[in-house]
Design a protein around this ligand. Structure first.
Ligand SMILES: Cc1cc2nc3c(=O)[nH]c(=O)nc-3n(C[C@H](O)[C@H](O)[C@H](O)COP(=O)(O)O)c2cc1C
Length: 437
């Protein structure tokens, strides 16, 4: 297939079975479970019908009974994408694994295995984990400090990539006539001895003919951006809808990528966005109002407190958002984006929780399919995004609406593929395999 004559956007979907909106699962006909295999398989097939680049599985390592329904019960992501790779043919599959509670050798093995099984379609979402609650499940009282977590993550990713690289092209021979199984010269130990990890290698699985798995990163702090700029292929960004902020963040990250000697196009930046789609703008607003009407102050305040990193349950709901410092220890990008937006828009705590509880702090847009396509087009052509990570409020209805109504509109405008150019995630993103066997 010929390469498209103009730049086209990339689309991923933020899959959480019970919906991205805190109350999405209550919508008529919405799926209610994030741990149902038929539901997950059907979700991935919708993504493939929409020619999506990526079906993305988020994760955390703790459970809070008061949390968003999609976070109360969930599948382990690498196990899930292994199964999904069998019931899909094209869509890329992203799985989240924390660098704070795993070992590089395990992660390198799992993703190398998944890359083979899926035929070159997997990506690892590298997260450092931002909630202390997870530490309690791993024999620790607290997470490491924020910047230390990123120092560990940097070395972790280097070791994983190094382990994939212990198998050079041509290493796997399997020549029946000569009896040579591998070319031992082309399989070398890693001999890594660093500040945090000591890993001998080589990896006990050959390199995938489709190239190594890809790396996704979503940390927005300066150390998070540095990790992205140096190692990631795809970056999920947090935007509040403010165009100037989004442009500055996009350009800033691309400049960091160049500073690391990489082509700026090597990193695909996808802001998260929840589209609320209606036949008319009024109908879309009605749908959002309906979802918002199911929020309770208790679950909304828990969510906002988690996102901004301060317990705000004792504050007056209809007073301006208190002047709180950015919490740099948890997820600093959520804390700084939301607090800046609250100050800019002179929000009350109730405004902030209404907005945060809708898409957990991500950007919400609403309107007709053409209106949604207009906004995405404007952001894409205005150099604020290379595509989007779509966060449907509920599944399958809100995702079906995007795939069946917005995707054709984007295709008509030449902004989005009408078919996959090849079978691998690298093909979808236009990334050449660095090395193969
Ligand atoms: C679209 C998007 C998806 C994310 N998915 C996850 C996830 O699945 N698990 C997780 O622990 N963090 C997730 N994060 C959080 C970031 O990876 C990061 O850990 C967090 O923003 C804190 O890092 P920072 O201080 O560098 O911003 C996500 C962030 C964004 C913007």
């Amino acid at each position: 297939m010929l390469a498209p004559s103009k730049r086209q956007m990339h689309l991923g979907v933020f899959w959480i079975g019970a919906g991205n909106h805190s109350a999405g699962w209550r919508y008529d006909g919405a799926w209610v479970s994030n741990s149902s295999w038929p539901v997950a398989a059907a979700g991935a097939q919708i993504a493939e019908r929409g020619k999506f680049d990526l079906f993305f599985i988020a994760d955390s390592l703790a459970m809070d009974p008061g949390d968003l329904p999609s976070f109360i019960t969930r599948f382990e992501p690498t196990t899930l994408i292994a199964a999904l790779s069998i019931v899909t043919k094209h869509v890329g599959l992203g799985a989240t694994v924390s660098t704070s509670f795993s070992e590089p050798y395990n992660v390198a093995r799992s993703f190398a295995t998944l890359q083979h099984i899926s035929g070159g379609r997997v990506a690892w979402n590298v997260v450092t984990t931002s909630r202390d609650k997870a530490a309690l499940n791993f024999g620790q009282q607290h997470l490491n400090a924020h910047d230390l977590r990123y120092e560990i993550a940097n070395e972790f990713v280097d070791v994983v990539k190094g382990l994939w690289n212990t198998w050079q092209p041509g290493a796997f021979v399997a020549d029946k006539a000569s009896g040579v199984f591998i070319d031992k010269e082309k399989v070398r130990p890693l001999d890594h001895k660093g500040r945090f990890f000591s890993v001998k290698g080589p990896l006990n699985i050959e390199r995938c003919p489709h190239g190594d798995p890809l790396i996704i990163q979503a940390g927005g702090s300066v150390p998070g951006q540095e990790l992205s700029a140096r190692t990631a292929d795809v970056v999920f960004s947090l935007v509040s809808g403010d165009q100037a902020d989004a442009k500055a963040a996009y350009d800033g990250l691309k400049a960091r990528v160049a500073k690391h000697g990489r082509a700026p196009e090597a990193v695909t930046i996808l802001p998260g966005v929840m589209p609320i789609i209606g036949e008319t703008d009024a109908q879309a607003k009605e749908q959002l109002d309906r979802l918002q009407s199911w929020l309770t102050p208790t679950n909304a305040l828990t969510l906002v407190s988690g996102r901004i990193g301060h317990d705000i349950s004792g504050y007056e709901l209809d007073a301006p958002v208190p002047d709180l410092p950015v919490n740099t220890e948890g997820g600093s990008s959520f804390s700084s984006t939301l607090l800046a937006m609250a100050r800019r828009e002179k929000m009350t705590l109730r405004d902030l929780y209404n907005l945060t509880a809708a898409a957990r702090g991500h950007w919400v847009i609403s309107g007709t399919p053409a209106r949604i396509a207009d906004i995405l087009e404007e952001w894409f052509t205005g150099g604020r995004a290379d595509g989007f990570i779509i966060m449907p409020a509920y599944f399958p209805g809100a995702f079906d609406d995007f795939v069946d109504k917005v995707v054709p509109e984007l295709q008509r405008r030449g902004l989005y593929r009408t078919d996959y150019a090849g079978p691998t995630l690298r093909d979808h993103l236009g990334i050449e395999p660095a090395q193969t066997r």
